[in-house]
Write a protein that binds this ligand. Structure first.
Ligand SMILES: [Zn+2]
Length: 92
């Protein structure tokens, strides 16, 4: 991936640019994702809806069903939902 501040190519997965030190982590670079993660914490899938991503309703249903049937899978789906909201979508 390329640094958005200096344009130098960096290895995927690094946290800081090797040239200028600019951060790469999504939560550093986009406060929208923090907001999305917080929204998904309140209501599963809301963060995805906020980002305009597909699957918001699916996350909601999956998490609620998980909570209703078994508490633990609900927590797991909820955590995955928040992680999904904060992560950068993979390029197609
Ligand atoms: Zn840089």
């Amino acid at each position: 991936m390329f640094c958005s501040s200096c344009g130098i190519a960096n290895v995927d997965g690094v946290v800081f640019c090797k040239s200028c030190g600019a951060p790469f982590l999504p939560f550093f670079t986009s406060s929208n994702r923090l907001i999305a993660a917080f929204l998904s914490l309140l209501i599963p899938g809301l963060g995805q809806a906020y980002l305009g991503r597909p699957g918001a309703l699916r996350w909601f249903i999956k998490t609620i069903i998980g909570y209703v049937l078994f508490i633990i899978p609900g927590l797991v789906f909820h955590a995955l939902c928040i992680f999904d909201a904060i992560s950068v979508p993979k390029p197609k």
